[in-house]
Design a binder for this molecule. Structure first.
Ligand code: PLP
Length: 391
């Protein structure tokens, strides 16, 4: 399947079906456990990794479908599903790391990823170096003899700095180090880290893949060998995607390429229009040619995603009023759904005090706008009225 519009619909055809499953829409297998037909069958169910009909923490027929679609979208051999994006990250890193190993990550990560890295993993004896992701050579300089994994996130939440994924992956490979990329912000429609050399691609499926703000889920896309290794930890960690959320994710992913095309278009238009607004002090969006890494964005991304940030010239109070005065986006700390959301960033990040998600360096006049698929003229009119009323 050459096109993601087709792959997102057909990627799971024939997977996990049996002669009784003739529905055009997939069935939800809402069972925590499956019965064996005889003792031989039971022995197989109990010992074959990722068996889809044994015990739902180990696997489930709906999981099988999601895994097949996601591996196709990210171009990997296979995938695993988890109960959240953080479940995907935690499970993967716990599977790959031991006390005494060294990890290189970025100074900027999603705040819970930052907590996982520089609070939780370091408590278990993992060494951590944080580098400026915009300085590609910094990753190579941070490599030690015991470096096992490099963690990437591009664009990074919330200031949308980019990482040169292909360069870092190449350096890592030359040193036998695994790379893990959180592709949530870009989504596989816009960026495929595996094609750029990354070993493991993770997602918060709660965002663009689900697309409707109604499920919590995570995905790990990788090789068969790494998936098997990670799956053994997954079964222990127990971050399980519920069959209902797996089904919702499957349903969401069918329209993901269409939604993403609209989101990309809306966000680029809104970023351009906002840049010209007299009350706006600067817009950060990887698709704007004023973004400091615009060339890199064009090299590694096909579209630039739905998240943009901008500063309000009149300062902190005015920025808070803009968010409060918006009529279309609700004030909520997520992204990737059909409806737009907006937040005053410092309010959300203000309590964050980890090394790689420091709320102190978030400007008080910064707004994060996560664009949905509403009509661009309605979004623009609404945002402009909120800016005017904030004065
Ligand atoms: N990665 C990124 C970039 C995120 O923005 C988020 C959540 O906002 C996560 C991971 C965690 O995902 P979840 O909330 O599904 O655990």
């Amino acid at each position: 399947m050459r096109h993601i519009e087709t792959a997102s619909i057909l990627g799971d055809r024939g997977v996990s079906g049996n002669e009784h499953e003739r529905g055009v829409a997939p069935a939800i297998h809402y069972s925590a456990v499956f019965a064996a037909s005889d003792e031989r069958d039971f022995a197989e169910m109990s010992t074959v990794p990722q068996h889809a009909r044994n015990y739902t923490r180990y696997g489930n027929p709906v999981h099988e479908r999601v895994k097949a679609v996601m591996a196709t979208l990210e171009g990997t051999e296979t995938a695993l599903v988890t109960g959240s994006g953080m479940g995907a990250l935690t499970t993967t890193l716990l599977a790959l790391l031991s006390a005494g190993d060294h990890v290189i990550a970025q100074r900027r990560h999603y705040m819970s990823t930052a907590n996982l890295l520089d609070d939780m993993l370091t408590r278990f004896g993992v060494e951590l170096s944080l580098v400026d992701q915009t300085d590609t050579q910094a990753f190579a300089r941070a490599i030690r003899k015991n470096t096992k994994v490099i963690v990437l996130e591009s664009p990074a939440n919330p200031l949308l700095e980019l990482t040169d994924i292909a360069s870092v992956a190449q350096t890592a490979k030359a040193h036998g180090i695994l790379t893990l990329a959180d592709n949530t912000f870009a989504s596989p429609a816009n960026q495929q880290p595996h094609a750029l050399g990354v070993d493991i691609v993770v997602h918060s499926a709660t965002k663009y893949l689900g697309g409707h703000h109604d499920l919590t889920g995570g995905v790990i896309c990788t090789s068969h060998a790494l998936a098997e290794r990670i799956w053994h930890t997954h079964v222990t960690v127990g971050s399980v995607l519920s069959p209902m959320d797996a089904w919702l994710l499957l349903r969401g992913v069918r329209t993901f390429p269409l939604r993403m095309a609209q989101v990309n278009q809306n966000a680029l238009s809104l970023a351009r229009r906002l840049s010209e607004h007299p009350r706006v002090g600067g817009v950060v969006y990887p698709g704007l040619d004023c973004h400091p890494q615009f060339d890199l964005a064009c090299r590694q991304m096909r579209g630039f995603g739905g998240v943009l940030t901008f500063r309000v010239k009149a300062g902190d109070g005015a920025a808070r009023r803009v968010v409060a005065n918006l009529r279309i986006p609700q004030m909520a700390g997520s992204l990737g759904g059909v409806n737009s959301l907006a937040i005053h960033v410092a309010t959300m990040w203000g309590g964050t005090r980890t090394q790689c998600a420091d709320g102190n360096d978030i400007p008080g006049d910064l707004i994060r706008y996560a664009v949905g698929i509403e009509h661009i003229d309605d979004l623009t009119e609404d945002l402009f009225q909120a800016l005017d009323r904030s004065a």
